[in-house]
Design a protein around this ligand. Sequence first.
Ligand code: FAD
Ligand code: 3HM
Length: 387
Amino acid sequence: MEHQTEVRGQGSARHAEIAGAGFAGLTAAIALARRGWSVRVHEKGLELREQGAGIVLWNNTLRILDAFGLTEEIERGSMRPPFYETRMQNRIVSDEDVPGIPWRTMTRPFLHSVLSSAAIREGVEIVTGSEVVEARDAGTLRLANGSEVSGDLVIGADGVGSAVRDSLDIRYERHQARDGITRFLVPRCKEELQAIEPDTEWDNVIDFWNLEPRVLRVLYTPANDRELYIALMAPADDAEGSAVPTINLDVWTSIHPQLTPVLKKAAGIEGKYFRYQTNRLEQWTRGRVALVGDAAHAMAPALAQGGGCAMMNAYTVAEAASAASTGDIPDALVEWERIERPYTDRCQTRSQRYADTRGMSKGGQFVGENNETALYDPTDPRRHDDV
Ligand code: FAD
Ligand code: 3HM
């Protein structure tokens, strides 16, 4: 069978082809479209949606959403819990309101729908059921249906198992932590929880750590008035704690009895156990191809910045490519990585350290250098003036 290579971007607008319609791919698409590019996104899923549970966003991401004119929409469907509380063996060790750093919680399907609707409004073409199998550094993507597409810029935003990254033979190191997590969206059940523990502020994020008699942690994150994100962390070698697709309700309620109403809801849903990992690539770019998001820098979620870094790097790569002439895009991508990557590298290192040591059980982590990424403003054109 013969397939043609379709070349776009020969007219006035430059053209970008993007693999993956996750938070990274959609952010890059919106940022490029708003700078006058024609953009096509290939999503291998048959539907344009995100199946995950909840997410915490900080200043870095909220600045991008604001630059896209999405603040009102985001605020309507998300919440700002009063405190980020940490408990050890059900005793409060810290209550942080993270002064000076805006942050919000929401569901992933909500964030995804805000971004995908915005991309469509900006004229981005999103093709579902379109799997990318290979990228070439000249700016080409080969699709599973055999066809090839080309652009002035290609972005690999195809997640942790990136076909774009692997086809370019970009080597990387993977570090796995001993723990992992199973995530659910359940109803808030606020009245039932209040009946069990009336003195608890059930609108807070509450990180319920328990290390004795066994390591079983529940991260409780209200995402809006109706939905609660709960993440259940257990060591990979604890067969009962990490049991999926159905959690072991008896084990979890024996350690966290005050959460019984929401754990019962989680037990009625199928979950997937995700082992924490950090991937470090030798390079984020090859010619006209740039990797962003989990394809380039998957990280442990301790500081809740994987999506934040994904969106930051998606936004800034769009800015860097837009500022370059078409012929200079490969060099501009190398320079973009040189300038922006260190922020992500440091965030990966800090998050990995917390995941490896279970150091978040001590609370008080949202201080000092740990807030570097949260404070970063990728939309500020003067952000590197003092670097
Ligand atoms: P993905 O979300 O994986 O999207 C990739 C997309 O590409 C998908 O739609 C996929 O279907 C598609 N795709 C894959 N392969 C192909 C292909 N070959 N062709 C075409 N399409 C393809 N981050 C935060 O900022 N805050 C948090 O609170 C937070 N909590 C987390 C909690 C946990 C437990 C974990 C594991 C992560 C957390 N993160 C958090 C990290 C965040 O979820 C990820 O970093 C982020 O979702 C990565 O986005 P992405 O677009 O790069 O990848
Ligand atoms: C928001 C968030 N924070 C931390 C973790 C973790 O350490 O597993 C997961 C999260 O979703």
